[in-house]
Write a protein that binds this ligand. Sequence first.
Ligand code: E4P
Length: 227
Amino acid sequence: MKLFLDTANLEEIQEGVRWGVLRGITTNPTLIGKESSDFLPLVKEICSIVDGEVSVETTGDDTDSLVSQGREITQIADNAIVKVALTPNGLAATRKLSDQGIKVNMTLCFSATQAILAAEAGAHIISPFLGRLDDVATDGLRLLSDICEIYAVQSYETQVLAASLRHPLHVVEAARLGADIATMPFKVFEMLVKHPLTDAGFKKFAQDWEEAKPHLGELLPSMQQEA
Ligand code: E4P
């Protein structure tokens, strides 16, 4: 399962890239609006930092306008892909864009029927929003499970992107259910690596090493240099 960050924040993206595990970015108008940079330079910068797909969301709900925006988004960078909301006009735009070979991430998916429609429209990615369903006392993971099962049975090539993730268990379950991609806020991404036993064990090994070092004789050159 590929790990994406759901952010438009350059520092967060740079840190994710540094870890060597970041495979792409999802943005939306809310996330873009939180940053102080202008839209185009910001999106260009994100696309240049990340070696992977960057979803850039269209606005409005007029099919022709969505198609035009989609074409323009693909001009921003080779790895910019088009995010379109799962409305009837969004489906029509996705069909037109995918017929032109343009990759579309259909977003704001809250039902299996919408996911079937997105796949039939030729979407490259479907984004079910787990956390927002959980927020209204509906099982987001159940939806993800349904979509993964349906797509497998139907041999749809549309990739399943688990979106609106709120905590590490969402990520674990998305991987277990067979999602192709999980996108998450940076705070959830950071939580994936944290474990108190890792911290405690790391500290103890460091202390024991410092005590043992004086009587261990010759060490590797890089061990001698370490701070
Ligand atoms: C995905 O592409 C969306 O940007 C995102 O996951 C929405 O998540 P939220 O419910 O935390 O806003």
